[in-house]
Write a protein that binds this ligand. Structure first.
Ligand SMILES: [Ca+2]
Length: 325
């Protein structure tokens, strides 16, 4: 099942480790320019005034509490990273590449594309064209965090994002494939972990059943729970869809929305509370022979206040305003 929840699913994490700790893992570069993509820093604590003070002595005028809109209508959140694939390079990534040369470039390729995009006029396109001679296909971009900052080269050590209120990741993906992902054939959009050295199991999100519903992996077989929304939509083929993921390693909660619709709620247990390494791209079982993936407009937000209504997609900066300082 590879990255699925059965069989040797755990091997996905360990192979991630070997892959991510590959050619670029020994880098100790500290002079490279740190990615500073979008550092909208939300102010916090602006609503700590004693709104409930009934003595009339409050020294804060409620009308001045939130200058960005009506109080309570914005979400305290910080944009840690984003990618619109308009730069034509991988300078925002720790990986600095989507590893088109992985396994000698056999049966896969990737690069920037103007064929399809969400934000004009380019996106990122990856393809698989024949069966891998390995158990997987890999071709993805990766980030490693040190605290809230993207590091310029993998170190595979340290501590990532500490987010007691969780992190929200929204990205757009279009998948073209002439067959269903089922019977052990799987496709994975997304991977995150809590241990910079990959010593604990990753979390992933992909397609692995005939219903083609977005499915978290490495959850059930690690003692977690996965509960699909009764109306969970299938992931569409041949058009862009928006995936939003809420993930909180303090509470062990993962929630996924697709084009605004709630898809699945999962609970998991991992040793760490932080979020260190991430990757997005075309990661799939080796028996895939014909897949194209387009990606666009990826954003990663750290929440500074709780998100508790999982019936609503926290599409931050779009349908949910971020408070700004
Ligand atoms: Ca774009």
């Amino acid at each position: 099942m590879g990255c699925g929840d059965g069989g040797d699913a755990d091997s996905g994490g360990s192979t991630d480790a070997s892959e991510t700790s590959g050619p670029s893992a020994s880098a100790t570069t500290t002079t490279a320019t740190t990615t500073t993509a979008s550092t909208t820093t939300a102010t916090t604590s602006t609503t700590t005034a004693s709104m409930t003070d009934d003595t009339g002595t409050t020294d804060v005028d409620p009308t001045e509490v939130d200058t960005t809109g009506d109080p309570g209508e914005c979400l305290e959140a910080t944009l840690l990273w984003s990618e619109d694939f308009e730069t034509g390079d991988y300078s925002r990534w720790t990986s600095m590449t989507y590893d088109g040369d992985w396994n000698g470039g056999l049966c896969h390729d990737n690069g920037f594309s103007s064929e399809q995009s969400v934000s004009p006029g380019s996106s990122h396109r990856s393809e698989v064209t024949c069966e891998s001679d390995m158990d997987v296909h890999r071709g993805y971009g990766g980030l490693q965090f040190e605290g809230d900052a993207v590091v310029p080269a993998y170190t595979n050590q340290g501590e990532g994002i500490e987010a007691p209120f969780g992190v929200v990741n929204t990205f757009w993906s279009r998948v073209d494939a002439p067959y269903a992902f089922e019977n052990g054939r799987w496709f994975s959009f997304w991977t995150v972990n809590d241990a910079c050295d990959y010593s604990s199991n990753v979390l992933t999100l992909g397609l692995e059943n005939a219903e083609n519903v977005l499915t978290p992996a490495h959850v059930l077989n690690n003692g977690g729970t996965v509960d699909f929304d009764p109306n969970a939509p299938a992931f569409p083929i041949g058009v862009f869809a928006r995936i939003t993921i809420y993930v909180n390693y303090y509470d062990g909660v993962l929630h996924v929305w697709q084009d605004g619709a709630s898809v699945v709620h999962a609970t998991f247990d991992r040793p760490g509370t932080d979020l260190c390494q991430w990757h997005w791209g075309l990661y799939a079982s080796g028996d895939n022979t014909d897949v194209v993936l387009w990606e666009d407009d990826n954003s990663l937000w750290k929440l500074e206040e709780a998100w508790s209504d999982f019936t609503v997609e926290p599409w931050i900066g779009e349908t949910v305003a971020a408070c700004s300082g």
